[in-house]
Design a protein around this ligand. Structure first.
Ligand SMILES: O=C(O)C1=C[C@@H](OP(=O)(O)O)[C@@H](O)[C@H](O)C1
Ligand SMILES: C=C(OP(=O)(O)O)C(=O)O
Length: 427
């Protein structure tokens, strides 16, 4: 499916979709626990992959109107009857590898072509350190992955700069081991706020995690306790970043509801827009951010904690006057596609001058108007959504392939933009 976007003004009030990261964690926490009702979950391709994964280990997931009921797999996850297909979802395969470590038997995990290109080596190594055995069928540190359980716990030394999802996985599974897991980071942690989200969800399920000088410790033999009123998923700042960016470059006035302060690192989008000179007001108490169009100027942003914002910031930088420097972005190359290269290539096609280095993306914005172009969505939801925002201000039509991939994290993306008045079509 292609999306075709033309210059237009967006205005109105919309709800942020529910958080993908919180929904994944609530599904896995529910599976480790008894019976949990998850209110206002994100139901998308990625979170469906997590639902299928926990079901493969013996949990059950029922979907009703705006909730999910997860019945846990009991004391031990079952040996899956089949290969687990994690589709496009890095979070799913990594959290499922932790569960697989507790299985008394072998689990095989795979995914789509994109997921099978992403690095899993540190988690394979971690499982080996814990006395289990995990390997890549191709010997490439990529899926397909086979995991044989360890069941016990222990100490793990693991790099912090490949994916925080390994840490999340070890913390969630470690609580159910006998002796717990002590994690020593071999390099500084990137995407750190995602571990904060994990600790937040674990606390809601009564599971304790301690921070240490070198990493984290999760004591073993902990029970996941069902939160008394179920678990309510907050709004998603990563998804909201496209709507806020749209308001800042193509408003009108756009209000996004459901954005409350909390551990999501991507709430930094509000401060980033402010620093660029956007007219934005975040009413934190009421969870409402309102932004209208104003002239933006380039800034320097470190995305070590906020990799998913890179495509949004790159588009803002292309429209802003002056230079925007996105630093500390090497880990953003390990996502659904190499997002640093994808944004450099797409913005260049729109007439923007970009300098790409391994760990830095520099955008020389405001040199000329963005020009509409035919762009490759690269099968990556965040590339598609951010380029759609660029299309709202480009001169002439912007045509983006793989538009259907917004289903991964924000299935209603095009409907919401349409509701805000964007001139776009999908076919
Ligand atoms: O744990 C999570 O929910 C996520 C962690 C981040 O990945 P990395 O930790 O691999 O950077 C982020 O990019 C991803 O979209 C979601
Ligand atoms: C990288 C992402 O997710 P995951 O790692 O779960 O595939 C994302 O949503 O941008």
């Amino acid at each position: 499916m292609h999306a075709t976007v033309s210059q237009s003004t967006v205005s109105g009030s919309v709800a942020a979709p529910p958080s993908k990261s919180y929904t994944h964690r609530a599904i896995f926490a529910g599976a480790y626990g008894g019976e949990t009702e998850i209110h206002r979950p994100l139901v998308s391709a990625d979170t469906r992959a997590s639902m299928r994964a926990v079901e493969a280990f013996g949990a059950q997931v029922e979907q009703e109107d705006d909730s999910l009921t997860v019945s846990g797999f009991g004391d031990k996850p079952a040996v899956p009857a089949d290969v687990i297909d994690c589709a496009n979802s890095g979070t799913t395969i990594r959290l499922a590898m932790g569960v697989a470590g507790l299985v008394d038997g072998a689990t095989v995990l795979t995914g789509d072509e994109s997921l099978r290109s992403r690095p899993q080596g540190p988690m394979l190594d971690a499982i080996d350190q814990l006395g289990g055995h995990a390997w890549s069928t191709r010997g490439t540190d990529q899926a397909p992955i086979v995991v044989e359980g360890w069941a016990d716990g222990g100490t793990v030394r693991i790099p912090g700069d490949v994916s925080s999802q390994f840490i999340t996985s070890l913390l969630m599974a470690g609580a159910r081991t006998d002796s717990g897991i002590e994690i020593a980071l071999r390099s500084a942690l990137k995407s750190g706020p995602y571990v904060d989200i994990t600790i937040d969800v674990l606390a809601a399920f009564g599971v304790a995690v301690e921070r240490t000088d070198v990493g984290f410790v999760v004591p073993g033999k902990q029970e996941y306790e069902t939160p008394a009123d179920g678990y309510t998923v907050p709004g998603d700042f990563s998804a909201a970043s496209y709507l806020l960016a749209a308001g800042a470059v193509a408003g009108g006035e756009v209000t996004v509801e459901g954005l409350f302060p909390g551990p999501q690192g991507d709430s930094a989008i509000v401060e980033i827009l402010e620093r660029m000179g956007a007219d934005i007001d975040w009413d934190e108490a009421n969870g409402r951010a309102t932004v209208s169009q104003s002239a933006l100027s380039g800034i320097t942003v470190d995305v070590g904690d906020t990799p998913d914002l890179l495509p949004t910031i790159a588009v803002l930088g292309a429209i802003a006057g002056g230079t925007t420097t996105i630093e500390n972005c090497e880990h953003v190359r390990y996502k659904e596609t190499d997002r640093v290269a994808a944004m450099a290539e797409s913005l260049e096609r729109m007439g923007v001058t970009v300098t790409e280095e391994r760990d830095t993306l520099t955008i020389h914005g405001g040199e000329s108007e963005l020009t509409g172009a035919t762009l490759d969505g690269r099968g990556d939801h965040r590339i598609v959504m951010s380029l759609t925002v660029a299309g709202l201000v480009a001169d002439g039509e912007t045509r983006i392939s793989d538009a259907e991939d917004v289903a991964v994290s924000f299935p209603a993306f095009f409907d919401v933009l349409d509701q805000l008045g964007a001139d776009l079509a999908t076919e």
